[in-house]
Write a protein that binds this ligand. Structure first.
Ligand SMILES: [Zn+2]
Length: 104
């Protein structure tokens, strides 16, 4: 049994969506979304920026992001000033993230 703590995943490892695809998906986000998120329903997949319905967000997978954009393993203790909190990811992108780094 290997009891080594799991490492933080660097963006180069978890960001599997090509930048041109992210840019295409980002263009579908309504103008003003990020500044006025409370006015919009749904969310964006943190990996590919595709829009997600409220239901997909609620029932989907979430990842824990550090301020350095690393993914923390589920259950890892991240100091409050090092954590950006949890972000939703879509079903397709979830398949690219190891199970130890996402939770429902
Ligand atoms: Zn995605």
């Amino acid at each position: 049994m290997n009891n080594e703590p799991l490492p933080l995943l660097e963006p180069e490892v978890w960001q599997t969506c090509p930048e041109p695809q992210r840019e295409r998906n980002e263009r579908t986000i309504p103008k003003g979304y990020w500044a006025n998120r409370h006015l919009y329903s749904g969310a964006q997949c943190h990996i590919c920026l595709k829009s997600m319905t409220d239901k997909a967000t609620e029932k989907g997978w979430w990842v824990h992001m550090t301020v350095d954009l690393q993914l923390a393993p589920v259950g890892a203790e991240i100091a409050e000033d090092r954590s950006q909190g949890w972000f939703p990811i879509g079903a397709a992108c979830a398949k690219t993230i190891p199970l130890q780094y996402r939770k429902r």
